[in-house]
Design a protein around this ligand. Structure first.
Ligand SMILES: Nc1ncnc2c1ncn2[C@@H]1O[C@H](COP(=O)(O)OP(=O)(O)OP(=O)(O)O)[C@@H](O)[C@H]1O
Ligand SMILES: [Mg+2]
Length: 279
């Protein structure tokens, strides 16, 4: 079923999405009974209800019967999109990532789709299978998908629709078997409205969608929770009951920045403010 022409207005699109929802509902219960999955998701420290719901959805989307659907993970930089991609791929290994930013036209095609022997100057003599075939039946994680130029977007759409690639210099397309996961820190819907991201591609990559939130959006308690997880992992000094993360000490909302702050604290370069200090 081609839902990607005028997808916003068609009833075909609605029924396609209904089918996805039914598929999701059917398996959610079983997926959540499997406790091994929870340990996979436990690498993502959180106490925020919306983030817990997102992780539950990621666990569900990792299930066999939903692997035919493409997943888009949207969220600010450093908020764990790659961790979510790992949860999604735990049954579909290997997970291989490729960054879509800064790919020239030739690189985009040869790196993703591969090339035939002698396809261009400097090519390997035996050719190359390219990223998407090298992933095999695993998960292809195309990161920073919002950076993909329009010309490449059309080519990627064709690949997603046909589940084949045309290696550079080849005559016949070759089937691919990977699962696709995409991530972006851009507002793709806004880019669609502005004309810099194809609407049909947006709906194709976003058959199932997940959103990560900044630490600030998740609240002060969340900063403490994630900080404790990082400290436990690194074996650093636990956070005292009185220490806290004021807006001045932590204004980034980004887990990488939080880790850097905690490292400085561990090295004694900074101190976190304390409640009721001096009492
Ligand atoms: N909730 C969390 N609990 C523990 N560690 C986390 C959490 N979220 C992110 N991290 C850690 O923060 C770092 C950044 O996470 P990750 O690379 O997944 O973010 P990202 O959203 O892909 O960032 P970018 O947009 O910059 O690519 C990683 O080291 C990751 O392990
Ligand atoms: Mg990332």
């Amino acid at each position: 079923m081609n839902i990607h022409a005028n997808v916003l207005n068609t009833t075909a699109a609605d029924s396609f999405l209904d089918n996805i929802r039914k598929d999701v509902l059917k398996i959610t219960g079983d997926a959540l009974k499997d406790s091994s999955i929870h340990s996979i998701a436990s690498c993502y420290a959180t106490q925020d209800p919306a983030t817990k719901r997102m992780l539950t959805a990621a666990i569900t989307y990792a299930e066999e019967s939903l692997q035919k659907y493409n997943v888009l993970i949207e969220g600010p930089s450093g908020t764990g999109k790659e961790l979510v991609a790992r949860i999604l791929s735990h049954k579909r290994k290997p997970l291989k990532a490729m960054n879509m930013a800064g790919l020239t036209d030739t690189l985009f095609q040869s790196e993703l789709f591969g090339y035939m022997p002698g396809a261009f100057t400097g090519a390997k003599s035996r050719g190359d299978v390219g990223f998407l075939r090298a992933v095999g039946k695993g998960t292809a994680f195309l990161d920073e998908i919002g950076e993909l130029p329009l010309a490449h977007q059309a080519k990627l759409l064709r690949v997603l629709q046909d589940k084949t690639v045309l290696p550079v210099g080849a005559v016949d397309p070759v089937p691919i078997q990977c699962r696709f996961v995409f991530a972006t820190n851009r507002d793709l819907l806004k880019m669609v409205k502005e004309g810099s991201f194809r609407e049909d591609l947006y709906f194709r990559i976003n058959e199932l969608g997940l959103k990560t939130f900044s630490l600030q959006q998740r609240g002060v308690q969340e900063i403490r929770c994630v900080a404790s997880a990082i400290i436990a992992e690194e074996n650093w000094t636990p956070i005292g009951e009185r220490e806290h993360f004021s807006d001045e000490t932590f204004s980034f909302g980004n887990v990488r920045a939080l880790r850097n702050l905690l490292l400085k604290r561990e090295l004694g370069e900074i101190e976190l403010p304390e409640y009721d200090k001096g009492e």
